[in-house]
Ligand binder design. Structure first.
Ligand code: NAD
Ligand code: UDP
Ligand code: UDP
Length: 324
């Protein structure tokens, strides 16, 4: 695709919203590695400058502090829309702002893509399936979401963003790519974001009780960040007509209790399990059917949970300086 920004080096300029966050910062590293220029737009609500500090002297990288709920006039060749708090404690902290980020943010980024006539990626989520009545979840499943519960600001915000993406596609022939991302973990997760992998590793390293919600019988399927980004990049390179939505995640399913026990063993921790009430609307099971990604993207994850956890535990040891 030719560059529309008239860059004298012939490089493509890529906008990544939410680029100072966990997944955005990994994506940016990969885009820079392949030679692109990157404009990272982030309001630093849950993102952290430490995730992009290593790029301070990179001339192909620019950071702009901006909230995507407000219009943005920049010149780029491609847009990756990732901006949105992703962990339940963060997105429930200011639920109105969460919905605004998903909905107003999507409108602004779609308006930008329309003006520039450029491709746009949406980081959607397995949460669009809610507490799924179909297992594993295929893209054709419409979901089971409570529209007025405490998770709705995120789930319904992301569902509305998908609607907007498909309406801009149908109405304005916009070149969209919608990925439904399942639970992903890895280095640069926020240590205090309350997600299960970060919570359990931090608790295990500190020798504190591991807080298992409910009986720990609910399931999740965990994808390592590098695998996920491989899938995103392949998806973004597919032909214009392939819009998705496409599930991107690891189909190996574990109970939360199994995860807790695995992390205790891998960290050599003396922590005990502490059972706490299951939060409202917490999905009972979740596992992606990734047949579409295998067929259309020739992609499937290759990093198994043990290997990914090993790398993630090492990262958390560094950030918390709990390493002996
Ligand atoms: P994260 O919280 O680490 O990153 C989100 C980034 O968006 C942060 O840097 C934050 O400061 C920024 N942001 C939030 N609101 C903004 C706004 N209004 N304007 C500008 N920037 C804003 O989360 P993550 O795990 O990296 O998730 C990235 C994307 O992937 C999110 O859209 C999330 O919904 C989606 N996703 C993630 C997962 C996962 O397991 N990590 C699963 C499904 C979907
Ligand atoms: N927008 C933006 N940057 C642009 C173009 C548009 O932020 O370069 C925003 C602007 O706020 C606009 C929204 O995107 O309201 C939707 O744009 P669209 O062209 O779809 O509709 P408009 O509201 O302009 O009729
Ligand atoms: N969970 C848990 N203990 C924790 C944090 C989370 O048992 O300290 C559970 C949570 O109830 C959910 C699962 O782990 O069933 C995944 O939670 P997370 O917040 O990571 O992601 P999501 O619920 O959005 O899939």
């Amino acid at each position: 695709m030719p560059s529309i920004t008239g860059n004298k080096f012939g490089r493509r300029r890529i906008l990544v919203t939410g680029g100072a966050g966990f997944l955005g910062s990994h994506l940016i590293d990969r885009l820079l590695k392949r030679g692109d220029e990157v404009l990272c737009v982030d309001n630093l609500f849950t993102g952290n400058k430490a995730n992009i500090d290593h790029l301070a002297n990179e001339p192909r990288f620019e950071f702009m502090r901006h909230d995507i709920c407000f219009p943005l006039y920049v010149e780029v060749d491609e847009i990756w829309n990732l901006a949105c708090p992703a962990s339940p404690i963060h997105y429930q902290h200011d639920p109105v702002q969460t919905t605004k980020t998903s909905v107003h943010g999507a409108i602004n980024m779609l308006g930008l893509a329309k003006r520039l006539d450029c491709r746009i990626f949406q980081a959607s989520t397995s949460e669009v399936y809610g507490d799924p009545a179909v297992h594993p979840q295929t893209e054709s499943y419409w979901g089971n979401v409570n529209p007025i519960g405490i998770r709705s600001c995120y789930d319904e915000g992301k569902r509305c963003a998908e609607t907007l993406f498909f309406d801009y596609h149908r109405q304005h022939d916009l070149d969209i790519k919608v990925a439904r991302i399942f639970n992903t973990y890895g280095p640069r997760m926020h240590p205090a974001d309350g997600r299960v992998v970060s919570n359990f590793i931090m608790q295990a390293l500190a020798g504190e009780p591991i807080t298992v919600y409910g009986k720990g019988e609910q399931t999740r399927s965990f994808c390592y960040a590098d695998d996920l980004i491989d899938g995103w990049l392949k998806f973004m390179d597919t032909e214009k007509g392939f819009t998705g939505p496409v599930n991107i995640g690891n189909p190996h399913e574990f109970t939360i209790r199994e995860l807790a026990e695995k992390i205790i063993t891998m960290t050599g921790s003396s922590s005990a399990l502490e059972f706490k009430p299951l939060p409202q609307d917490d999905p009972i099971q979740r596992k992606p059917d990734i047949s579409l990604a295998i067929e259309k993207l020739d992609w499937q994850p290759c990093i198994e949970l043990d290997e990914g956890l090993e790398k993630t535990i090492s990262y958390f040891k560094t950030v918390t300086q709990l390493s002996p």
